[in-house]
Design a protein around this ligand. Structure first.
Ligand code: FRU
Length: 498
């Protein structure tokens, strides 16, 4: 690695030397997790949109493969999904060797047959996802719209029958449109959803899936996720979700706060997949083992995505997260936890532990806790302090603050002095999420990497993901309280081999 590459994450996927954005076509197939993604094969800024490809046996280590689906003179290959067409409904494979089918958005280029249109197209793979052929009769679903994109296809198997369902967006109408198909080639409109809740930016990259409530397989509910840009709770790109019912035709939300255009004052009441600045275009894996619902997001924000100071690559993916649905004070809410077995990357000789410590209106650098790639598990109890928390990737007491303000009920990330911040005016920020203690305790699990923090509060009731660009020598971990005391019940740090 050159010095210019000091931000290359250890735990997160990045393309070797090119640009990436949205995860696409996430699928677990024949024992392998496939991660395709919006990729510029020629540069490390957005353009020449094609599907890059990486695989992993375990969601922790990734291998990059050649570009899977390439742009050409006619079209850019925008976001979409992949299904395993088990029954060969598409006819792209054979009954004994069924194909994988990618459903993607053709963003037709100036001068092409469908100039200015975004429509849905197919490609298929007969070798388990490594090489792809575009369908000769593309596009298969064209509404003549310039903003119709990001198809996510699932197999619906319910009261209304068994068929493919596509959710896609009419981005500037703040609508998710739902279609049905028997063969992935001919599509029939079912319904639309939206505008609802946050509409401060275009709607992109939807997903639709079922989850058991509180782990009860007899009580399944549907979740519709939709990303929007800008208009997130802390500026720029973010993802919201709705919980409700899908009857095979229509999605009915039980968690809509505002119908139609958003009330900006209510942003904090909507349901967010992640409250941080850098979790976008998140979608879930098809066919994950044990019916688990696993999502990956793009760890960046369109406000400054093309300017983040990394080279030769640009933009990491987030860790994979397992999503589950729980009842909280009578409401259905998602919880998330990062998934992966990082044991092989951990250095147990460097693990750090602190128990029962009172912080007295001060800041302490923790001796023996320094590192650049870490997992931190911390539990705090509020005392008389207005604010308490951690300073990470710090140089002394100068770094990124993760603070809790009990009276306000907020968790915040202050990255104004996190390292390189001047590449874009909207990057240095204080970003806030709601937090409520459980039995008096505030619990944080934080994954620290060379250019990011992923924070899971209260066992994943609240997630907050933020990029930071500290100097490689900014490795300190500090605890602090302001205006009084706070208690640390326990603090454990796993150091990863960096
Ligand atoms: C979301 C998005 C998608 C589109 C893709 C293009 O980040 O704008 O709507 O398909 O990126 O790269």
């Amino acid at each position: 690695a050159t010095t210019a590459d000091t931000f290359r994450p250890a735990l997160h996927y990045t393309a070797r030397n090119t640009w990436l954005n949205d995860p696409n076509g996430l699928i677990f197939h024949e024992g392998v997790y496939h991660l395709y993604y919006q990729n510029n094969p020629l540069d490390n800024v957005w353009g020449n949109m094609s599907w890059g490809h990486a695989t992993s046996p375990d969601l922790v280590t990734w291998t990059e493969h050649p570009v899977a689906i390439s742009c050409d003179e006619e079209e850019d290959i925008f976001s979409g999904s992949i299904v395993f067409d088990r029954d060969n409904t598409s006819g792209f494979g054979t009954d004994s060797a069924p194909p994988l089918v990618a459903v993607y958005t053709s963003a037709f280029k100036p001068g092409s047959a469908h100039e200015g249109v975004q429509a849905q197209s197919l490609a298929y793979s007969r070798d388990g996802g490594y090489t792809w052929t575009k369908h000769a009769a593309n596009p298969v679903l064209n509404r003549g719209s310039a903003e119709f994109r990001d198809p996510k296809v699932i197999k619906y198997d319910g009261g209304a029958g068994s068929y493919w369902v596509m959710v896609a967006v009419e981005a500037t109408d703040f609508q998710v449109v739902l279609y049905k198909s028997e063969d992935l080639k001919s599509w029939e409109l079912l319904s639309s959803f939206g505008p609802a809740n946050a509409t401060g930016g275009v709607w992109e990259c939807p997903d639709l899936f079922q989850l058991p409530v509180d782990g009860d397989p007899e009580n399944l509910q549907w979740v519709l996720t939709v990303n929007l840009n800008p208009g997130g709770p802390n500026n720029g790109s973010a993802g919201q979700y709705f919980v409700g019912d899908f009857d095979g035709t229509t999605f009915t939300s039980a968690t809509t706060v505002t119908e139609g255009l958003q009330d900006p004052a209510r942003l904090g009441e909507y349901q967010w997949l992640d409250w941080g600045r850098d979790y976008y275009a998140a979608v879930s894996f098809a066919d994950a083992p044990d019916n688990r619902r696993l999502m990956i997001g793009w760890m960046n924000n369109w406000e400054y995505a093309n300017q983040i100071p990394t080279s030769p690559w640009r933009s990491p993916m987030t860790l994979a997260r397992e999503i589950s649905l729980h009842t909280r004070e009578g409401n259905l809410r998602l919880m998330q936890r990062p998934v992966g077995d990082w044991a092989a990357l951990a250095d147990p000789s460097k693990s750090f532990r602190l128990s029962e410590t009172t912080i007295e209106d001060s800041t302490h650098i923790l001796d023996g806790a320094a590192g650049t790639v870490q997992r931190i598990d911390a539990t705090f109890t509020a005392g008389t302090a207005d604010e308490f928390g951690l300073i990470l990737r710090a140089n002394g007491t100068h770094g990124t603050r993760i603070g809790i303000r009990p009276a306000q009920g907020t968790l915040h990330v202050d990255r104004r002095t996190s390292g390189h911040t001047d590449f874009h005016e909207s990057f240095p920020s204080i970003d806030t999420a709601p937090i409520h203690p459980t039995g008096g305790a505030y619990t944080l699990t934080i994954f620290v990497d060379r250019c990011s923090l992923e924070i899971f509060a209260q066992d994943g009731q609240v997630a907050m993901t933020e990029l930071i660009f500290p100097a490689p020598t900014s490795t300190d971990v500090a605890i602090y309280s302001l205006g009084g005391t706070a208690a640390i019940n326990s603090l454990d740090i796993t150091q990863f081999v960096a």
